[in-house]
Design a protein around this ligand. Structure first.
Ligand code: SAM
Length: 237
């Protein structure tokens, strides 16, 4: 098959292959932290700002991946339990400096959350819900474990990207083929309705568009100039 140049500059072949989400992330874990990912470039500082000071707080990081936010929150003085169902992603997270300061647990979020009700101050779920079909169930669990006075912070690929046919994907370096971990198809209203049904109130909701500054920092973003890339929600019980 003749290769073509992908937007991350790598040679790709054929149509993207959709694989079960966990399998996809196990494969992706090998290169996840090495890629130019505009969503992460855009999201990191925004999430940190919305989170604020986490010193002394108990935090559940759901779908922690390679530990990007979990490790930062532990460094900032939070007591962090981080869940993910991908052994590959968790292995990368655990091996990072500061990895022993976080309790990493292999767990599928769709099987409920292994925390007592009203037991954590912050729940973070970053770039994960794109892969979770049952938003109502996921947000109900987040609401259940979050203490009064705390909040739930959600970031996700903006639903508009899904309408454009985009989703989380990477190029498998072994085969040159694009791999897509299976994803759901949520509308903006689905997040709002699920939060409301879970008894959470929205105290922050923002949609972040690709601008020149992001395209300059992250070349892959350029083709989405002026399109919304990121959704952020801060929800309170
Ligand atoms: C795009 S990565 C984001 C990782 C991390 N939160 C971050 O922002 O850097 C999505 C992560 O969600 C995890 N994930 C997706 N569905 C999950 C589920 N049902 N249970 C646990 N983890 C899940 C994947 O394994 C992957 O590590």
């Amino acid at each position: 098959m003749i290769g073509r140049r992908s937007d991350d500059g790598t040679e790709t072949t054929g149509e993207p292959r959709i694989v079960p989400t966990r399998e996809g992330y196990d494969l992706w874990s090998q290169v996840y932290d090495d890629e130019d990912n505009p969503l992460i470039t855009l999201e990191t500082a925004l999430v940190e700002r919305l989170l604020g000071d986490v010193r002394g707080l108990t935090i559940a990081d759901l779908g922690c991946g390679t530990g990007r936010h979990a490790l930062a929150m532990a460094r900032a003085g939070g007591s962090v339990v981080a869940l993910d169902f991908s052994a590959g992603m968790l292995a990368k997270a655990r091996a990072k400096p500061g990895g022993t300061a976080v309790r990493f647990v292999r767990h599928d979020l769709t099987n409920g959350l292994p925390f007592a009700s009203r037991s954590v101050d912050r729940v973070t779920c970053c770039l994960v819900l794109e892969h979770v079909v049952d938003l109502d169930g996921a947000l109900a669990e987040m609401s259940r474990i979050c203490r009064a006075g705390g909040f739930v912070l959600v970031s996700d690929l903006h639903p508009t990207m899904r309408l454009l046919g985009r989703q989380a994907q990477f190029t498998d370096p072994a085969t040159g083929r694009k791999i897509r971990p299976a994803a759901a198809r949520h509308q903006l209203s689905d997040y709002v309705v699920a939060a409301t049904r879970a008894g959470l109130s929205i105290d922050h909701m923002s949609e972040h568009v690709v601008d020149e500054a992001l395209a300059a920092r992250s070349p892959r973003a350029r083709k989405y100039l002026c399109w919304p890339l990121l959704l952020l929600l801060r929800l309170r019980p």
